[in-house]
Design a protein around this ligand. Sequence first.
Ligand code: GDP
Length: 331
Amino acid sequence: MRQRLSVEAYTKGVLSADTIVLSRAITLIESKLKNDKLLAKAVLENILPHTGKSIRVGITGVPGVGKSTFIEALGKHITSQEKKIAVLTIDPSSKKTGGSILADKTRMEDLSRDPLAFIRPSASGLSLGGVARSTRETMLLCEAAGYEVIIIETVGVGQSETLVKGMTDFFLLLMLAGAGDELQGIKKGIMEMADVVAINKADGANKISAELAVTEYQNALHLFPKSDSDFITKVVTCSGLENSGISSLWKLIIEYQDETIRNGYFEKNRQSQNLEWMHDYIRQTLEDQFYENVIIKKALASSERSVKEGNELPVAAAQRLLNIFMQNLLK
Ligand code: GDP
């Protein structure tokens, strides 16, 4: 195992924007080892006063929609304004398959060489809940290291969008023209979450169909209930490849931020996200403690067998295990 630094060294390194220490602090946060967890907690407590000052942007879209090309273009636009940007990814595919849709090393090569940019794929081998926790904490570390824009990217294939929506200020959905919604696997619920829908790859022969798609999506969005932010969801076109529509999209994000700060939604949303974070943490910790408990580990296999064979009701087995766990806790 690699040698750990002291709490002070992690704290100092992160606050002075040392990217090597920042990376090592993130590794610490992702670790399942008890000592690492304690160390990570102490580092997080130290850096907490320096967090919260970025704009947190969630970006989703199906594989192939052009996310990495787009984020690279947007990232370079942001760094050209002397702003620091961190790109974090939540990739639900990495656990299931051991592989990953997003962790391809060649992604965002150009941006990764930019000294104002920091790119970090999510750790593999964590549950979705585990990834959510580590991404939130990584976001705090990046904020403490002075990153002013945090992008959280996820593949548009399921639950991970809800997680990303729950930890960001602004949610961008990338879509393609011409491919039906079903084809793109984008559910109505995800469209409903978007603050901006961007029809990507609006270049060359795609340009006209992209414009048509804008009208289509605008009509569809009309039917959705108004968002709590009072910001009316916009539909725009862009091309990551040709770098068009990128600066106006960035302007929209800033406009959204200004408007929601003015009407109080920005703060309100962060407050409710913090509450959600607390409850998630409680749930996650209880669950981890339950499944890591040695007595439960022993009892679980036979309970699973008896439920599978129909000898015990699932609820009865669950209750019995929970009772064992609680009694054990009280000892
Ligand atoms: P991701 O899987 O969503 O991250 O998508 P990528 O950025 O890797 O892009 C998938 C494919 O689409 C690649 O072959 C890109 O070259 C292509 N692509 C990405 N952005 C654009 C774009 O704006 N216009 C066009 N025409 N192709 C693009």
